[in-house]
Design a protein around this ligand. Structure first.
Ligand SMILES: [Zn+2]
Length: 446
């Protein structure tokens, strides 16, 4: 079976062909900047990556899925000074909530979840490679990418010349030769958010973080198969990633780019000032994760998704029909259904896939063979709820044990506020802790 991906590079649906040199398929999706709690827009981006990952795993033996956490960024510094929460605590807490939320939404755990703060040395060495190739220059303690040095700049976003100036309407920056040039490394005034480097104490720019984390995992001279993210990242973030990745390596940066559309709430952009931000933590308290997944899948990932009461109510109705049909089938073996997989292989066409499931759920009531396919299909797109099962998957176990370890550490350091907040997080995961003489034991109470 062939997978087709709408490739932003070519602006058409392309047949996916893996890099011949690579033994496995590599896919990277830009994860969140961890400064505030994840909302349904973050969930949609993660779900798009999750669905590609699930389909790729059906088609190929080895799939490496990388989803990063951006824990170095100006937005983080701003939020920390606004709230008084130290940067490291802010980023750790938000990263933890993000990972917990994504697992609750039944997203498969990525193969790698690199953090920027664990990759500073890699980032410095990537910047050094770009400097050696004369594609960047040093100016006023900044390392700046020289966009003139990369003739293909603009091919992803299809922008030309003057359109390419990011933030051109903001004040021009004197340290840049060209206003479309962008920063790879910048000086830090805040002594808590910087690292020593050959160019002085400072921190990386946002774009270089992703390029460097990708290269450190797949190898500097390998091509990434697939790169995804929200379509607000096409320019400048992904355009700049291509420029950096092409100038630190001898190979093409990435073959296929997919981009998901925005989530609107009642046709309006989510914003704190409008008070219409829907947090994953809130919605997950109200609806089964499968319902939320179906709601997010109701529109094709490339289109804007308008979230209304109807979106979630329709998803709820569909889920109830399917789960009623699948009731008491825990012993039933599953059968792969190529017709369903084919719909997903058409650039992850979830609206068609959902219509297919609705019809299949009707037929399945009288036909056990159809039932076993329905069960398979629901598992494939992650809409079988694990909530009533007492089995816990290894990912969940790992997260729980990490949280318990962190809580123990906080208790040792007498940080009881932190310890209590971790206990609360564990409670929402239905984990019951028992502090005994030989340490902490835990169990799941469903
Ligand atoms: Zn990125």
């Amino acid at each position: 079976m062939n997978l087709h991906i709408h490739n932003t590079l070519t602006n058409k649906k392309d047949l996916f062909v893996p890099c011949s040199s690579a033994k496995s398929i590599n896919m990277y999706v830009c994860g969140p900047t961890v400064y505030s709690e994840p909302h349904i827009g973050n969930a949609r981006a993660a779900l798009t990556g999750d669905l590609f990952y699930r389909v790729l795993k059906e088609l190929f033996e080895n799939v490496v899925y990388i989803r990063n956490l951006t824990d170095v960024d100006d937005k983080i510094i701003d939020q920390s000074s606004k709230t008084g929460i130290p940067i490291s605590k802010l980023t750790e807490d938000v990263a933890c909530i993000y990972q917990k939320n994504m697992l609750e939404l039944n997203m498969l755990k990525p193969t790698h979840e690199p953090k920027v703060t664990d990759n500073i040395n890699n980032i410095i060495s990537t910047i050094e490679k770009i400097l050696i190739n004369k594609s960047a220059y040093i100016s006023e303690k900044h390392v700046v990418f020289d966009t003139v040095a990369f003739e293909n700049y603009g091919t992803l976003s299809k922008k030309i010349a003057n359109d390419l100036i990011d933030g051109a309407r903001i004040k021009p920056e004197a340290f840049k030769r060209n206003q479309k040039d962008f920063v790879l490394w910048k000086p830090s005034q805040n002594d808590k958010h910087g690292w020593d480097s050959p160019w002085g104490f400072g921190r990386p720019g946002w774009h270089i973080e992703c390029t460097s984390m990708i290269k450190s995992i797949i190898g500097n001279n390998n091509t990434l198969d697939i790169h995804g993210g929200g379509n607000d990242l096409i320019f400048p973030h992904h355009e700049n990633e291509i420029a950096q990745g092409s100038c630190c390596s001898s190979s093409k940066y990435c073959n296929y780019w997919f981009h998901n559309g925005i989530v609107l709430v009642n046709k309006k952009k989510m914003s704190k000032s409008l008070g219409n931000v829907i947090l994953v933590s809130d919605i997950i308290n109200r609806y089964d994760p499968s319902i939320i997944r179906l709601a997010l899948m109701s529109t094709h990932y490339r289109q804007p998704l308008n979230w209304t009461d109807d979106t979630i109510n329709n998803a709820k109705n569909i889920y109830e029909k399917i789960s009623r049909t699948l009731n008491n089938t825990s012993q039933l073996d599953v059968t792969r259904d190529d017709n369903f997989l084919e719909l997903l292989c058409d650039d992850i066409n979830t609206p068609n896939a959902i219509q297919y499931l609705i019809k299949q759920a009707k037929l399945a009531r009288d036909d056990i063979k159809v039932m076993s396919k329905l069960k398979y299909n629901c598992q494939l797109i992650g809409i079988v709820s694990n909530r009533n099962s007492i089995e816990i998957n290894p990912n969940e176990k790992q997260i729980i044990e990490n949280l318990i370890e962190k809580r123990e550490m906080a208790r040792k350091n007498k940080d009881f506020v932190q310890a209590d907040s971790i206990r609360d997080q564990l409670t929402t995961l239905s984990v019951v802790l028992e502090d005994g003489p030989s340490g902490v034991t835990w169990k799941i109470k469903r």
